[in-house]
Design a protein around this ligand. Structure first.
Ligand SMILES: O=C(O)c1ccccc1NCC(=O)[C@H](O)[C@H](O)COP(=O)(O)O
Length: 220
């Protein structure tokens, strides 16, 4: 049976004011702004990210993606950009979520779990216990010499993601290789609260209105 609930959409790798406007026009619930990363195509300078945050109207959320893992550096990054949500793309010490909530009470914290195998279920449950506000399941590989922390265009094992969704007490976003052609199947298999997409709605690195429309239509 069709679900009566709307799946939320975060359009990631926003790299200009025009891309932000386009994503919002097509119904994005959230925009993703990628900070400095060890690898990946979607990085935007902090100054431009801050400008995009300033012009983003309510109720659209702004996610600042950070590869920082040290508390003071994460806070400094948030203060440069001003986003209302911090997306941690790498593993952080367990006490970090509580420390961030104390320092930045109005800011939500999302932990990315790079789904490689079933051990990631424990990692997700640990983040829940430590007080994270939401999870985002992606397809990077933080174990490589040059870490891959997102924007891979690859899908991962959705059966593991489904288990994480079933056991999570907070909203879970699904990311990694989503596109108009596979997103319906992803929703049916994983049943996430939200979706996150970067490369699947782009052509030659630019946000593509036709692909955005096809993606949004596929999830209705
Ligand atoms: O896009 C990047 O360069 C990037 C690098 C490191 C971490 C995150 C990055 N992108 C942001 C995202 O969270 C993507 O939306 C997510 O990884 C899904 O990407 P894709 O598989 O291309 O849809």
């Amino acid at each position: 049976m069709e679900s009566p609930f709307r799946t939320r959409v975060k359009i990631c790798c926003i790299s200009s004011l025009d891309e932000a406007r386009l994503a919002i026009q097509f119904g994005a619930d959230a925009l993703g702004l990628v900070g400095r990363m060890p690898s990946g195509p979607g990085v935007v300078a902090d100054e431009l990210a801050a400008r995009i945050v300033q012009v983003t109207p309510p109720p659209i959320s702004t996610f600042m993606l950070t590869s920082e893992t040290i508390l003071d550096n994460i806070i400094a990054h948030q203060q440069r950009v001003g986003a209302n949500t911090i997306q941690l793309v790498d593993a952080v010490p367990p006490e970090t979520y509580a420390q961030l909530h104390k320092a930045l009470p109005a800011v939500k914290v999302v932990q990315v779990i790079h789904v490689i195998d079933e051990s990631n279920l424990d990692e997700a449950l640990q983040a829940l216990q430590n007080g994270v506000d939401a999870l985002l399941l992606d397809s990077g590989n933080p174990n490589l010499a040059v870490k891959e922390l997102g924007g891979t265009g690859r899908v991962h094992n959705w059966l593991v993601s489904r288990q994480i969704v079933e056991q999570s007490s907070v909203p879970v976003f699904l990311a990694g290789g989503l596109k108009p052609e596979n997103v319906r199947k992803a929703i049916d298999m994983v049943r996430p609260f939200g979706l996150d997409i970067c490369s699947g709605v782009r052509t030659n690195g630019k946000l593509d209105a036709q692909k955005l429309e096809a993606f949004m239509s596929a999830i209705k």
